[in-house]
Design a protein around this ligand. Structure first.
Ligand code: HEC
Length: 286
């Protein structure tokens, strides 16, 4: 009996730990109003996994969505127009990136030191839609946050025990994009009795459900793609999310490549060490 107890108790402990973790998770997932805060569904991304890379065409479409829709309210202060041409990103040809930049106006000084607005150049940071936060807040009730690192600043924790696996497999960096995608397609009619206050909109995945951002990707066909990709809300949301992931981590591909090379190096090095050890100790009797 004692034998059985000692053999089963680690299992029992693991089971208890698991259920405790799950109930804590369920408790956290309740929002202030007492109904469940839905977790955004898990998506499949081209940049998943140790060998994942960005899809250039998708990044270019995602930039188009940012430019035509999101840039009316959100800045990307950490990006310069030149970044659009760089390896590992959307890789627009230089002439095209110059033309894109020239569509935006940035503040500068003229020869007399007077402030002027001039067309942006490759060297300039992305133009911000608002001269200051106050104006943005007065217009929309909340400041539309800068999107430069948004894909990394948000997560959708899947709770115990999945987050342990997510950390090991590297999937945890994709919970930010899952959330962004969910947020963009997550507008719905509010359940009866929890109508959002004036100036807010019901969103299934926004914490607390009431968001000051209107549904900006509201109709298929709202943006026209040049490459034949179906112009659907889901594609808009997926593409702009991939673009924002690149914006937040422009060196993602390089990081994965170097990581892989380091692993190969370590494997070869371990082999060499093994043979060295055998040689060094070879003339000692066992
Ligand atoms: C009409 C203005 C407007 C447009 C256009 C707009 N947003 Fe927003 N956005 C806002 C405001 C305002 C907030 C702040 C909402 C809040 O905190 O309640 C916000 C918040 C966000 C957030 C942060 C949500 C969070 O978890 O805090 C993300 C991400 C976002 N927007 C993405 C986008 C994307 C992507 C687009 C383009 C498809 C876009 N927005 C277009 C006004 C806008």
């Amino acid at each position: 009996m004692t034998n059985l107890m000692t053999r089963t108790s680690p299992l029992l402990a693991a089971f208890l730990g698991l259920s405790l973790g799950m109930s804590i998770h369920a408790a956290i997932a309740q929002d202030g109003h007492g109904h469940e805060q839905e977790l955004p569904p898990v998506q499949k991304w081209s940049f998943s996994g140790p060998f994942g890379t960005f899809d250039r065409a998708q990044l270019q479409r995602g930039f188009q969505i940012y430019k035509e829709v999101c840039s009316a309210c959100h800045g990307l202060d950490l990006l310069s127009y030149r970044n659009l041409t760089q390896t590992g990103g959307p890789q627009f040809p230089e002439a095209q990136a110059k033309a894109i930049a020239a569509e935006f106006k940035v503040a500068d000084k003229d020869d007399k030191g007077e402030p002027v607005m001039r067309p942006a150049e490759l060297k300039d940071r992305f133009a911000n839609p608002f001269p200051n936060k106050k104006l943005a807040e007065d217009t929309y009730g909340k400041v539309p946050p800068d999107l430069s690192v948004m894909a990394k600043a948000r997560t959708s924790p899947r709770g115990f025990p999945l987050f342990v696996f997510d950390a090991v497999t590297g999937r945890n960096i994709e919970t930010g994009p899952d959330y962004l995608y969910g947020l963009l397609v997550g507008y719905a009619d509010a359940p009866a009795g929890s109508e959002p206050p004036q100036g807010s909109y019901f969103n299934k995945y926004f914490p607390g459900n009431n968001i000051a951002m209107p549904n900006m990707l509201a109709a298929d066909g709202q943006v026209t793609y040049q490459d034949g990709t179906p112009a659907t809300i889901e594609n808009y949301a997926r593409d702009v999310t991939a673009f924002l992931m690149w914006a937040a981590e422009p060196k993602l591909e390089e990081r994965k490549r170097i990581g892989f090379q380091a692993i190969i190096f370590l494997v070869i090095f371990a082999g060499l060490l093994y043979f060295t050890k055998k040689k060094v100790w070879s003339d000692l009797p066992h």
